[in-house]
Write a protein that binds this ligand. Structure first.
Ligand code: ATP
Ligand code: MG
Length: 565
C-alpha cells in the first residue's frame, strides 16, 4: 500500500500515520484500539474516540480492536459490557473477531510484574494509600523514597507471590515501579502497578485478588495486541513517559506509541461517567437511555441516527486544544440527516377542535400528501379530510398580535394539502372562557391549496381529521442543563443547573392515521414541528409514544440571539 491510496492527512494523527506508513514503520501496519472501561454507558465523547480509532483503521487499511479495560472489579458490570458492544455496532463499526479484555491478560501481566521484580525495577511497598500520597511530594517538591524501596529481589518475589496467593488484606501492600522519586513528572515517582482487592471480577471470578493499575495494564495490553497507534485524550499526556517506560522495561512482543488528542466537550452537557451515574442513581433521569442523556443509548432512543453522530464527529475534527463544541452543531447534524430520510406526516400536539360548518356531514375525502419533498422516491400517501378537524391550539389567536399570520377570527388560512378555511365563530367554555372550538367555513374551490381567483393567504397549517386521527403521547425534550458548562457558576454543583423543563409530556396528541402501524424506532417529520420517533420502551400498539428528536429550527439559538443587545 502506498500513502497516495489512503485518505488525506486532515488531522495531526493522520499526518503521523501517513508519515509512519511512508517510513515503513510497524511494517506498514496500522492497528488501533478502542479501550472502554465497562463502568458505565458510552456517551457522545466516546463516539468521538470510536469514530477516530475505527475510522483511522478503515482509512489506512488497518484494524481496530475493541478492548475492555476491565481492571477494576468494584465499578464494572456485565450490563455495561453488553451495552458498549451494542453501541459500537449501532454506530456502524465492527471489531470482527478482535474482542479483547484486559482481564484476559492478567496472567501475562503478572508475569511481567515478576520480570520487573527480578530486574530490580519493582518492589513491594507496605505504605498505605495515604502514606504513598504523602511520600509522593508535590510539583515543587521532590518525593521521598518509601522505606520499603530497597527490599531485596528475593523478599520482593516472596511478598509479590504471596500477594497473589491472597495472604494479605486489601490495601496492606502494593507493587510499585522503582523509577525516580525526584522526577519532575509525578507519574514517574514510583507509581503503583498492583493493588490488593479481594473482590470478584465479572470475568475472572475469584481467580485474582491482585488487580493491575491503568498505567501498567494499558501499555502492556497495547503491546500484547500489537497496537501501533494508541490514541487517548490529553489528560494522559503526562503519563506517556510512564507508558514508554512500561513498554521498554517489560519483554513485550511489540512497541506501541501513545498519541493524545483533545476530548470532546459539549455545551449544556455533562460527560463524566461519575456524573452520569449520579443522574441515573438519583433518578434525576429515567435511566442510562433517557432520551435527554448524552449517552449513545439515550440518543438512539431519542431518534439520533448513527450517520448524524458520525458526521458530527467528522465535523468537530481532531486537535490538541480543548474547546467547547456547541450542542447546536450536533442538533444541526441530526436535522441534516433526518431532513432527507424522514417521511413527513401531520400530527397535532395540542389539539383545538374545528368544525367546518359548510362541509357535508358524513363526507370523507382522501387527499394526496407528499411523503418527502426532499426525496420524490418516497412517493405520496392519502390523508383523510372531513367535517371535524383538529388544528394546533397555538395556531389560533383570538386577538392576533402583530406578525401573527395564522388563524384568527374572520381570517382565512390554508390547510396543508386541503382547502382554505375561514374562522367564522369562536366557541368558549362559559365557565372558564377557554376557547374550546372554532366554527369555520371552507372554500370548495380551493382544493389542493390554491384559489382560482388568485387570492392569497399568509399561513399554511397542519391538521388532522378528528374522526380518523389516532391518539398518542408525545414527549418533548429540551436541554438537560440550563448552563453551557453545568456547574460552572455554582462551584461545580452541576445538578444545580438541571433544566426543570427538559421534559414535557403531551398525553392528548392526535396524529394522522397513517401512523397507526409505526413501529419502535421509526422516525418522521411532523410538519412544522420537528422530527419524532416511536419510543422503543414505552410505546405499545394502540397507545403509541413518540419522542421529539429535534425541533425543526433551533428555538433556543433564536431566543438567545434575540436576547443579545
Ligand atoms: P471518565 O470520564 O469517567 O473518566 P472515560 O471517559 O475515560 O471515563 P473510558 O471508558 O476509559 O472512560 O473511555 C474509553 C475511551 O474513550 C478512552 O480512550 C477515552 O480517552 C475516550 N473518551 C472518553 N471520553 C471522551 C471524550 N469526551 N472525548 C473523546 N474521547 C473520550
Ligand atoms: Mg478512562
Amino acid at each position: 500500500m502506498t500513502t497516495s491510496e489512503v485518505a488525506p492527512a486532515t488531522n495531526f494523527i493522520r499526518q503521523i500515520i501517513a508519515e509512519d506508513l511512508k517510513n515503513r514503520k510497524n511494517d506498514g501496519r496500522v492497528i488501533t484500539r478502542f479501550p472502554p472501561e465497562p463502568n458505565g454507558y458510552l456517551h457522545i465523547g466516546h463516539a468521538k474516540s470510536i469514530c477516530l480509532n475505527f475510522g483511522l483503521a478503515a482509512d489506512y487499511h488497518g484494524v481496530c480492536n475493541l478492548r475492555f479495560d476491565d481492571t477494576n472489579p468494584s465499578k464494572e458490570e456485565q450490563e455495561y459490557v453488553e451495552s458498549i458492544m451494542a453501541d459500537v455496532r449501532w454506530l456502524g463499526f465492527d471489531w470482527d473477531d478482535r474482542l479483547f479484555f484486559a482481564s484476559d491478560y492478567f496472567e501475562q501481566l503478572y508475569q511481567y510484574g515478576l520480570h520487573l521484580v527480578n530486574a530490580g525495577q519493582a518492589y513491594v511497598c507496605d505504605l498505605s494509600a495515604e502514606e504513598v500520597r504523602a511520600y509522593r511530594g508535590t510539583l515543587t517538591e521532590p518525593g521521598q523514597d518509601s522505606p520499603y524501596r530497597n527490599r531485596s529481589v528475593a523478599e520482593n518475589l516472596d511478598l509479590f507471590t504471596r500477594m497473589r496467593a491472597g495472604e494479605f488484606p486489601d490495601g496492606s501492600r502494593t507493587l510499585r515501579a522503582k523509577i525516580d522519586m525526584a522526577s519532575p513528572n509525578l507519574n514517574m515517582r514510583d507509581p503503583v502497578l498492583y493493588r490488593i482487592k479481594h473482590e470478584s471480577h465479572q470475568r475472572t471470578g475469584d481467580a485474582w485478588c491482585l488487580y493491575p493499575m491503568y498505567d501498567y495494564a494499558h501499555p502492556l495490553s497495547d503491546a500484547l495486541e500489537g497496537i501501533t497507534h494508541s490514541i487517548c485524550t490529553m489528560e494522559y499526556e503526562d503519563h506517556r513517559v510512564l507508558y514508554d517506560w512500561m513498554v521498554e522495561n517489560c519483554p513485550v512482543p511489540s512497541r506501541p506509541h501513545q498519541y493524545e488528542f483533545a476530548r470532546l466537550n459539549l455545551s449544556y452537557t455533562v460527560m463524566s461517567k461519575r456524573k452520569l451515574l449520579q443522574l441515573v442513581h438519583e433518578k434525576l433521569v429515567a435511566g442510562w437511555d433517557d432520551p435527554r442523556m448524552p449517552t449513545l443509548a439515550g440518543m438512539r432512543r431519542r431518534g439520533y441516527t448513527p450517520a448524524a453522530i458520525r458526521n458530527f464527529c467528522e465535523r468537530i475534527g481532531v486537535g490538541k486544544r480543548e474547546n467547547l463544541v456547541d450542542l447546536a452543531l450536533l442538533e444541526f447534524c441530526v436535522r441534516e440527516d433526518l431532513n432527507f430520510r424522514a417521511p413527513r406526516v401531520m400530527g397535532v400536539l395540542k389539539p383545538l377542535k374545528v368544525v367546518l360548518i359548510n362541509y357535508p356531514e358524513g363526507q370523507v375525502e382522501e387527499l394526496e400528501a407528499v411523503n418527502n419533498p426532499e426525496d420524490p422516491a418516497q412517493g405520496t400517501r392519502k390523508v383523510p379530510f372531513s367535517r371535524e378537524l383538529y388544528l394546533e391550539r397555538e395556531d389560533f389567536r383570538e386577538e392576533p398580535p402583530r406578525k401573527f399570520f395564522r388563524l384568527a377570527p374572520g381570517r382565512e388560512v390554508r390547510l396543508r394539502y386541503a382547502y382554505f378555511i375561514k374562522c367564522e365563530e369562536v366557541i368558549k367554555d362559559p365557565a372558564t372562557g377557554e376557547v374550546v372550538e372554532l366554527r369555520c367555513t371552507y372554500d370548495p374551490d380551493t382544493r389542493g391549496g390554491y384559489a382560482p381567483d388568485g387570492r392569497r393567504v399568509k399561513a399554511t397549517l397542519h391538521w388532522v381529521s378528528a374522526l380518523h386521527a389516532i391518539p398518542a403521547e408525545v414527549r418533548l425534550y429540551d436541554r438537560l442543563f440550563t448552563k453551557p458548562v453545568p456547574g460552572e457558576d455554582s462551584g461545580g454543583d452541576f445538578k444545580a443547573d438541571l433544566h426543570s423543563g427538559s421534559l414535557e409530556v403531551l398525553s392528548d396528541c392526535r396524529l394522522e392515521p397513517s401512523l397507526k402501524n409505526a413501529a419502535p424506532g421509526d422516525f418522521f417529520q411532523f410538519e412544522r414541528q420537528g422530527y419524532f420517533c416511536v419510543d422503543s420502551e414505552d410505546s405499545a400498539p394502540g397507545a403509541p409514544v413518540f419522542n421529539r428528536t429535534v425541533t425543526l429550527k433551533d428555538a433556543w439559538a433564536k431566543i438567545q440571539q434575540a436576547q443579545k443587545p
